[in-house]
Design a protein around this ligand. Structure first.
Ligand SMILES: [Zn+2]
Length: 180
């Protein structure tokens, strides 16, 4: 069952994706639930992978349509990584994984499904998680399965966002007090 971890090759994407960039298309639409978007940050967002390699396989991506990390400005890079932290925290709380794989494929030869818009894969892993694949290979199970994961993760992103916001506000308060 070694092929469980193979997000660097996305065989289904080529045949089933609509024309154009799904990251740009989906973030411009207003139906985050249908598009499995869990979180919208300032420069980056979190979306569930429609073709997951494990339960809770998330994609973290900037809004900007660029193909490579080196094309992102420092602020966007920071937000991308902070958004990845939120995703990791939410996944830990909901799915209690033993480990994670994180990775970015840049370019078709590296296995990128959507090579023109850079995105970070976050794949939770469990001890003995090879049992999982038979569920995912049954295509009838996937939509329900994704929805159920979405429902479990969404409140966590809201909580995480509030907590982060509160922290920022506290920091800003401290800064303004120092200035006075
Ligand atoms: Zn795009």
């Amino acid at each position: 069952m070694k092929r469980l971890w193979a997000p660097w090759r996305m065989p289904y994407l080529k045949n089933s994706q609509p024309k154009g960039c799904i990251f740009c298309i989906k973030t411009k639409q207003n139906d985050d639930r249908a598009n499995l978007i869990l979180h919208r940050g300032r420069h980056a967002f979190v979306m569930m992978n429609l073709y997951p390699y494990s339960n809770g396989h998330l994609l973290v991506s900037p809004y900007r349509h660029v193909g490579s990390l080196e094309d992102l400005d420092p602020e966007t890079l920071t937000d991308l990584m902070r958004t990845a932290q939120r995703a990791l925290r939410a996944l830990r709380l909901v799915f209690r994984p033993d480990a994670f794989n994180l990775g970015i494929n840049q370019g078709r030869e590296a296995g990128a499904g959507i090579e023109s818009h850079v995105h970070l894969h976050i794949v939770p892993r469990w001890n003995g998680d090879t049992n999982f694949m038979p569920v995912l290979t049954d295509t009838r199970v996937i939509p329900e399965f994704l929805e159920s994961s979405y429902d479990k993760l969404l409140p966590l992103f809201q909580t995480v966002r509030k907590t982060a916001g509160a922290r920022r506000r506290a920091k800003a308060g401290k800064r303004s007090r120092l200035k006075q």
